[in-house]
Design a protein around this ligand. Structure first.
Ligand code: LLP
Length: 450
């Protein structure tokens, strides 16, 4: 038996070792659900939630799951049942959160471009916290709060201008990013809010990026924010809430790291501890504890990826092994529309065969999808088992976060189904969205305006 990710392992099958998620055979699932499809483990999700709560709740740090990472209703229901709050960035996400059982009071509404209609709907629903991203947004929110005479709590998201070592497309707290306000805008915003009997600014928020693997940038940002809070106190403004955002990096192991034998595994683990490429919940909570030892107010965080990424796989099939020179290709039936992260962020998701390979021989392939774009490449020069063949089932790992949610129907491809595994049971938690479904929205009769 080889353990790969928390609930994913190779178990002996009739002829070969085969992949199981909890007590469900991936092969059996693929005989019932068309590939590509996403598949998540409930036990892995619960274990991530418990680890997160164990690290933060004793420190009285409130957890709001950033649902943009994966907003499937069945998964949201599990998270709501565990008592977490939620971070949303659109009214669509708010409707999902409420329908999944989150209380409006436990919702944080983030996002740089909330419209008047979205803000009004959220105010009327009783959303607990609005993270303001501009003085312009503040003006709109004050108008709405005053119009409906509803008490509204807001935090101002600042841009702490710190350097973060992550992919350039997922930094959000560096100079010039569209997110947050300059420090010098905070005082005028507090002064403006004083004129509203209904809108109360209670604190500051930050979110400096995603897939961050050290505490240092957070500590740099917190130090700057604490200085600002002290200055504001001198001006007569007492801020009592801090929202530190999400961004905790996870370890995306590659095929080689996952399939090493025990001795190699131990060596690797030692090496990983030296150059850690993920941020453990406990490391982050310890860092906050010391950085904010004297802070009396409320602290919250907004993790997304770290709760979700390793709970899921995407199952697909090899359409062709295309022998070519100088590069041979594994052509999959999954594409960048199903899994965009490699095309958008040059991210690598380990790809492993559902049947464990019979020999350890490996060949280098470029792994691609069928979409008519060169960016539809999952990895270049990946080492994969030599005995792969057309028709083999394959799994992309760590696809629980920012994968299904970012899928689209480019090249008129369906949107993949999602399945949830719970011990030996499996449920389709989102059916595939087919071409017939999509074409139904394009019937000329339904589109006549005049
Ligand atoms: N809070 C706010 C305001 C955010 O914008 C985000 C993510 C989070 C929390 C959660 O961050 P996390 O803990 O998941 O890192 N699509 C990209 C990631 C974009 C993240 C956007 N904001 C990816 O696939 O890597």
């Amino acid at each position: 038996m080889t353990q790969l990710t928390p609930q994913l392992r190779y178990l002996p099958s009739a002829q070969q070792q085969a992949l199981w998620l909890e007590n469900v055979s991936i092969q059996q699932l693929a005989s019932q659900v068309a590939t590509p499809f996403y598949c998540y483990s409930k036990a892995a999700l619960l274990s991530n939630i418990h680890a997160c709560k164990a690290a933060f709740e004793p420190e009285n740090i409130h957890i709001h799951y950033a649902m943009k990472a994966n907003s499937n209703l069945s998964l949201l229901r599990i998270i709501a049942e565990q008592g977490l709050g939620v971070d949303i960035v659109s009214i669509g996400e708010m409707r999902r959160a409420l329908s999944a059982g989150f209380k409006a009071q436990d919702i944080v509404f983030s996002g740089v471009g909330k419209t008047t209609a979205e803000l009004a709907e959220a105010v009327l629903a009783g959303v607990g916290q609005f993270n303001l991203e501009s003085k312009e947004e503040l003006a709109v929110l004050i108008t709405i709060a005053d119009k409906y005479q509803q008490l509204v709590s807001a935090l101002i998201r600042v841009n702490p201008e710190v350097t973060v070592d992550t992919h350039k497309n997922i930094t959000t707290g560096a100079k010039g990013n569209k997110f947050g306000v300059n420090f010098s805008d905070v005082l005028p915003m507090l002064e403006t809010a004083e004129h509203s009997p209904f809108l109360k600014i209670k604190g500051l928020a930050m979110h400096i990026g995603s897939q961050i693997h050290t505490t240092q940038p957070y500590l740099d940002a917190i130090a700057k924010i604490q200085r600002l809070i002290n200055e504001l106190k001198i001006q007569g403004y007492l801020l009592t809430q801090l929202d530190l955002g999400g961004g905790f990096g996870i370890q995306y192991k590659d095929y080689q790291q996952l399939t090493r034998n025990t001795e190699q595994q131990e060596q690797q683990e030692q090496q990983e501890q030296q150059e850690q490429h993920y941020l453990a919940f406990s490391d982050f909570s310890n860092a906050i504890k010391s950085a904010l030892a004297h802070w009396q107010g409320r602290i919250s965080i907004e993790p997304g990826r770290s709760l979700m990424a390793d709970i899921g796989v995407m199952v697909c099939e090899i359409t062709y092994i295309k022998e070519s020179r100088p590069t041979s290709f594994v052509v999959l039936n999954a594409a960048m529309n199903d899994l965009m992260r490699p095309a958008l962020y040059q991210a690598t998701h380990a790809l492993i065969p559902v049947q464990s390979p019979s020999s350890s021989l490996q060949t280098k392939y470029d792994v691609v999808g069928p979409i008519c774009e060169s960016t539809d490449t999952f990895s270049k020069s990946a080492s994969l088992p030599t005995d792969l063949a057309a028709g083999d089932l394959m799994c992309f790992l760590y696809t629980g976060a920012y994968c299904a949610v970012m899928s689209n129907s480019y090249n008129s491809r369906p949107i993949a189904a999602e399945v949830l595994v719970d011990d030996a049971q499996a449920h389709v938690i989102r059916q595939a969205i087919t071409q017939d479904d999509l074409m139904a929205f394009e019937q000329p009769s339904a589109l006549k305006l005049f």
